[in-house]
Write a protein that binds this ligand. Structure first.
Ligand code: ACO
Length: 430
């Protein structure tokens, strides 16, 4: 329990601010009256010390390497549960009973198809478009198709919009993939589970039967669980900020997808696999480790380091296990990239630079190898992340919209530009 107030001296005047305690984790100083009281703002680029909201959904202890969804450790959810159960938990706060789960699964399943006219959106994209570009466009386009679920002040419409997004994201992601590889779209199959249906839509073709391997479907499902939410990261904060203006929910999720695309965020698994390919063999690792440590070289070990985790990312451990399961099931005995990854991990975890800076493998370090073994090209990796994270974005968006004290997000700035000056006519400018 922290002291219940904090003092700040500004220009010789002391100001008191409340300290608010969470259920676990650091307390916060409530500085919402700072400007009114002192005429000053706080300055925290990158929000390294700023809590932007109150939330009951996900908790991370970066020093311990802990990740909880609604209080449940990610390891337990990944070992014993399935993705749709985690979705229910994130959205509604409790694990479902059997009846609640059956009802939720059937409602999600009911929404898996997308409006037939949406198909035409895909053909508007160049064949070589990055599937994330296609995702940003097509998920944003959902806002033009489902007018009956966009009134965010109506709880029923919010619920329908949420289920639609969770249900339709695999269909859209699979269509982005099929378009990318030039194959016909495969419609959803509601007799399959969530992950199995997704694999079927990605890898089935009309000319032959495709049987989903249950071990691979389980691995896919676990990958979705690991990516489902991660508290106030860049894309989630983007969704919250977009949603704070009352924007269309589908458009808010499209904004989250756009943010996730960056290589410092969701694009890291693609970047990590590219890096492992570039390293190519174990004997070249020291050269790349030296580059990562060189201040004059912008190169970073992709899949290492995290803004919050200053310990092993708990998701990375589960992902490493999943990697071995998938490679084992597919009979891949020697994967040179896995050899490079395991050796690189060993070297970095014993290197003073990485130890001192607390740089540990994050989830993206192993996910690329697994997704590639499942048959996905690197360009699809971030798409799969977006598919899984959609439920987290929606749960966070819903929590925000349902908070009666919610206001539009409006950060302030430290202005360092030109002071007031008069307009100069063009013939007098130099
Ligand atoms: N390789 C080498 N050095 C690194 C790495 C890395 N992967 N990550 C951080 N560092 C160094 C930085 O150079 C910096 O050194 P300095 O203090 O001497 O200047 C120090 O560690 C701290 O790094 P910051 O960039 O300040 O840390 P921040 O918290 O802002 O960044 C980030 C976190 C973006 C994830 C960073 O570690 C990184 O770029 N990693 C590689 C990309 C990656 O794997 N991203 C995935 C994140 S997980 C996700 O989105 C699911």
């Amino acid at each position: 329990m922290a002291d219940n107030n904090a003092k700040l001296n500004v220009g010789g005047n002391a100001h008191d601010f409340d300290v608010l305690d969470g259920s676990i984790g650091p307390s916060v100083v409530n500085i919402s009256s700072l400007y009114k009281d002192t005429g000053m703002f706080t300055y925290d680029p990158g929000f390294t010390s700023t809590a932007s909201c109150e939330s009951k959904i996900t908790y991370i202890d970066g020093d311990e390497g802990t990740l909880l969804y609604r209080g449940y450790p990610i390891e337990q959810l990944a070992d014993h549960g399935d993705f749709l159960e985690s979705c229910y938990l994130l959205l509604y706060g409790e694990l479902p009973t059997k009846a609640q789960k059956d009802d939720f699964v059937s409602r999600v399943t009911y929404h898996t198809m997308i409006h037939e006219q949406m198909n035409r959106f895909f053909s508007g994209f160049r064949r070589d478009a990055h599937p994330m570009a296609v995702m940003v466009g097509t998920v944003g386009a959902l806002s033009a198709f489902y007018h009956d679920s966009t009134d965010i002040t109506d709880p029923h419409q919010r619920m329908v919009a949420s289920l639609r997004m969770i249900a339709k994201m695999p269909t859209i992601a699979a269509m982005a993939y099929k378009y990318h590889v030039g194959q016909p779209f495969v419609y959803p199959r509601n007799d399959l589970g969530y992950a199995a249906n997704f694999l079927h839509m990605c890898f089935a073709v009309p000319c032959e039967e495709y049987k989903v391997n249950p071990v691979l479907a389980r691995a896919m499902d676990r990958i979705f669980i690991l990516h489902a939410d991660h508290e106030q990261n860049a894309s989630t904060s983007t969704v919250r900020l977009a949603g704070s203006s009352g924007a269309n929910p589908f458009a808010c999720i499209a904004a989250g997808i756009a943010c996730l695309w960056g290589p410092a965020h969701g694009g890291a698994n693609e970047a990590a696999l590219n890096m492992l390919s570039e390293i190519g063999s174990v004997d070249r690792i020291p050269e790349f480790v030296a580059r990562a440590k060189d201040k004059n070289d912008p190169f970073r070990l992709m899949g290492f380091g995290h803004r919050v985790y200053k310990n092993y990312d708990p998701r990375a451990r589960i992902m490493q296990k999943t990697t071995h399961e998938v490679l084992g099931e597919l009979g891949i005995k020697d994967d040179p990239l896995l050899d490079v990854a395991m050796e690189l991990e060993k070297i970095a975890l014993n290197d003073e630079y990485f130890v001192d800076k607390k740089l540990y493998p994050n989830i993206d370090f192993y996910s690329g190898i697994t997704l590639r073994a499942l048959g996905f090209p690197t360009t699809m990796f971030t798409v799969l992340f977006a598919l899984a994270r959609t439920v987290g974005w929606i749960a966070q968006w819903k929590e925000m919209v349902e908070d009666p004290s919610q206001r539009i997000g409006r950060p302030r700035q430290l202005y360092t530009g030109a002071k007031l000056r008069d307009y100069t006519p063009i013939d007098q400018r130099r």
